[in-house]
Write a protein that binds this ligand. Structure first.
Ligand SMILES: C[S@@+](CC[C@H](N)C(=O)[O-])C[C@H]1O[C@@H](n2cnc3c(N)ncnc32)[C@H](O)[C@@H]1O
Length: 270
């Protein structure tokens, strides 16, 4: 992996396009995710590594499913996402107490000096190059207080061999939401995997038909993530795996866990 910086001018905007399409039904499609439980577990990991304070920046916040439990726990939340429609939904959910901006993590502004920065639920898998990954992590690092922690997850090979190879149909709110994974159950380290998401209304007034829009994610091998973390001036404190129950376990296993979870901080010079 090269660690040289590249401009993201002309950057791939596929994630923004995909999330503009999925936004109106995102919460329904992901209703089975237990965020309060997952956030609680992640805060536990943070606490084990000295997490303190009450300010958090949620990068790639989507509709706010990750930050709402933090708001409920008294955290002062700032959040960003590349998709204006996801941001609009997050704002409606959170109200004025939470600052939520449209921003690309590859060009993330500095919003402050946060005790905690999170980037959750495979947001970084929408970055496809080493340079993008490093740049995004560097921008997250720039938002950390000296004692702060950055916690992010990345999908494992298991996710690309299962969810990205499956057809998943969810019916809710008078709509049929269809996820068509395209990997055929095969994924190699570093591979870019695709799935198409579409929506069919099942009754009048259930919203428009949404034609298939492709989600394109890269599997980031652990060695490459560690290299990007180091190149961004961070250090990995701990690494966990989890399955859909969200419970962090060690050691991470790409063949059984669906996500890996990285707990990082600004690199300390000793
Ligand atoms: C699977 S959703 C997860 C949303 C939220 N973190 C959660 O846990 O519910 C991934 C999010 O990452 C956002 N995203 C993808 N690429 C991004 C980028 N370059 N900058 C900011 N957000 C991005 C998408 O718009 C989407 O909302």
């Amino acid at each position: 992996m090269k660690s040289s910086m590249q401009s993201t001018g002309g950057a791939d905007r596929h994630a923004e396009v995909a999330y503009e399409q999925i936004a109106p039904v995102y919460d329904e499609f992901t209703a089975h995710h237990n965020y309060p439980q997952w956030i609680d577990a992640l805060l536990g990991l943070g606490a084990a590594h000295g997490l303190r304070g009450d300010t958090v920046l949620d990068v790639g916040c989507g509709t706010g499913k990750g930050f709402m439990p933090l708001v409920d726990l008294g955290w002062k939340v700032t959040a960003v996402d590349i998709s204006p429609s996801m941001v609009e939904l997050a704002r409606a959910k959170a109200g004025p107490a939470v600052r939520i901006e449209v921003a690309d993590m590859r060009e993330l502004p500095r919003y402050g000096s946060f005790d905690l920065v999170v980037c959750l639920d495979d947001a970084i898998n929408y970055l496809h190059t080493a340079a993008e990954l490093e740049r995004a992590l560097r921008r997250m690092a720039a938002n950390l207080a000296p004692h702060g922690l950055l916690i992010f997850d990345s999908n494992t090979l298991t996710t690309y061999r299962t969810f990205f190879g499956e057809r998943v149909v969810v019916e809710a709110g008078g709509r049929r939401m269809i996820w068509n994974g395209r990997t055929g159950g095969h994924a190699e380290p570093g591979q870019i995997s695709e799935a198409a998401f579409e929506v069919e209304p099942l009754m009048p007034g259930a919203g428009p038909r949404v034609p298939p829009e492709v989600h394109r994610q890269r599997h980031h091998p652990e060695a490459e993530l560690r290299e990007a973390v180091a190149a961004a001036g961070l250090e990995v404190l701990d690494l966990y795996g989890c399955t859909t129950d969200g419970v962090p376990r060690q050691p991470v296993n790409e063949d059984t866990h669906t996500k890996s979870i990285y707990v990082t901080r600004l690199r300390r010079v000793t």
